[in-house]
Ligand binder design. Structure first.
Ligand code: CA
Length: 222
């Protein structure tokens, strides 16, 4: 669905959140400190940053300040055990989009991530109908003429990106960047492989995915 950068130095919490994000179909990168976070945010553009405040080399507030100073507009969700109102105000005033207190419930984190991504995609409605295809982003499900599609995680991610831009060309590089994380070992033709699988699953009643030679792919309702 999206590429997310998680900045969290607690290994157990980081593993738990990554598992949650991957189960929801996202590609996730992790940084254990502020320097790595700033490097990755620049090297691999993402759709959302989940940011811890207590980091070993600098505070999450400093990371946020530097991101915004570089004109990075990516939504930022702060995760923090600091429950004082002045911390929440500081985080939001520095440019965070949401603030979730630790400990939190996995379902609440999932819902906030979905809400921020919807807003970022300029699409507040989680259910999208394109011809015979209906997709529900909040449940990560798709159906054609009422028949559920069985999609693997990355097939879903590719479909989600293409349906967000119906009738527009989405470049292969953009799909590659949003579907795979930094440390995934990816074959150069991976995007073609997933698009081909997805095409077979959408046929014959669903929308078609056109290959625009040298440009990328376009999903059309016909
Ligand atoms: Ca921490």
């Amino acid at each position: 669905m999206a590429r997310i950068l998680l900045v969290e130095d607690d290994p157990a919490l980081s593993r738990g959140i990554i598992a949650l994000l991957k189960a929801a179909g996202h590609a996730a990168d992790t940084a254990k400190d502020g320097e790595t976070a700033l490097f990755l945010a620049e090297a691999e553009p993402c759709s959302l940053v989940i940011l811890d405040i207590g980091l070993p080399d600098m505070s999450g507030f400093d990371v946020l300040k530097k991101l915004r100073a570089r004109a990075c507009k990516t939504p930022v969700l702060i995760l923090s055990a600091r429950d004082h109102v002045t911390d929440r105000v500081k985080g939001l005033d520095l440019g965070a989009d949401d603030y979730l207190l630790k400990p939190f419930d996995a379902s609440e984190l999932g819902a906030r991530v979905r809400a921020l991504l919807r807003r970022d995609h300029g699409d507040p409605c989680p259910v999208l109908v394109i011809g015979n295809l209906t997709i529900d982003r909040s449940r990560a499900t798709a159906e054609i003429c009422g028949r559920p599609l069985r999609l693997r995680r990355r097939e879903w991610a590719v479909l989600d990106r293409l349906t967000a831009k119906v009738g527009d060309v989405v470049s292969k590089e953009k799909l590659m960047a949003e579907v795979f994380s930094y440390d995934d070992a990816v074959a150069p033709n991976a995007v073609e492989v997933y698009v081909a699988r997805l095409r077979r699953k959408l046929e014959p009643d669903g929308p078609s995915i056109k290959t625009m030679r040298g440009l990328g792919y376009m999903l059309t309702a016909s």
